[in-house]
Ligand binder design. Structure first.
Ligand code: HEC
Length: 127
């Protein structure tokens, strides 16, 4: 009987985690939409920007893959989102049609930007 019960509890916990993740997903997509991020970014790679050009900013799953295992990525990217990126040192040169990201601090609080970056970094499963 014991193993069955712990198995049930395990299944329950997994279910709860999945529901929490789905809720997080919806909340983060809404935050990204309301903060204007999705006018320049897509979540899935391979999309096209206006006029069939590459998208203006990198797909967030590509961002997630690129910064996997990079220490401090969450802090650095939160700062970039708030203050904008450096057009003379583009991280996505040749892959996107935008030269730089403008500062987003008018559109989003630092706390929300941090939450969004955390979610972006979690989009690709850890290898
Ligand atoms: C006006 C267009 C635009 C908007 C709006 C925008 N971005 Fe960006 N974003 C870009 C571009 C262009 C880049 C690529 C910069 C580069 O090549 O270094 C970028 C890069 C990024 C990166 C990767 C930075 C790096 O150093 O690799 C993250 C993370 C990001 N954006 C998140 C966000 C979030 C979150 C929002 C909303 C709060 C947002 N962006 C809004 C255009 C935009």
């Amino acid at each position: 009987m014991k193993p069955l019960i712990s198995c049930l509890i395990g299944a329950l916990a997994t279910g709860v985690a999945a529901v929490a993740l789905a809720a997080d997903d919806a909340a983060m997509r809404k935050l990204a939409t309301n903060s204007g991020c999705l006018t320049c970014h897509q979540i899935e790679p391979g999309g096209k920007g206006p006029d069939g050009l590459p998208p203006i900013g990198p797909a967030w799953k590509d961002v997630s893959a690129r910064y996997q295992g990079v220490s401090g990525a969450s802090d650095t990217l939160t700062r970039t989102v708030m203050t904008g990126s450096n057009p003379y040192a583009s991280h996505w040169k040749g892959k996107v049609s935008g030269l730089a990201m403008p500062p987003n601090e008018v559109a989003i609080t630092e706390q929300n930007a941090r939450a969004l970056v955390g979610w972006i970094l979690s989009l690709e499963p850890k290898k």
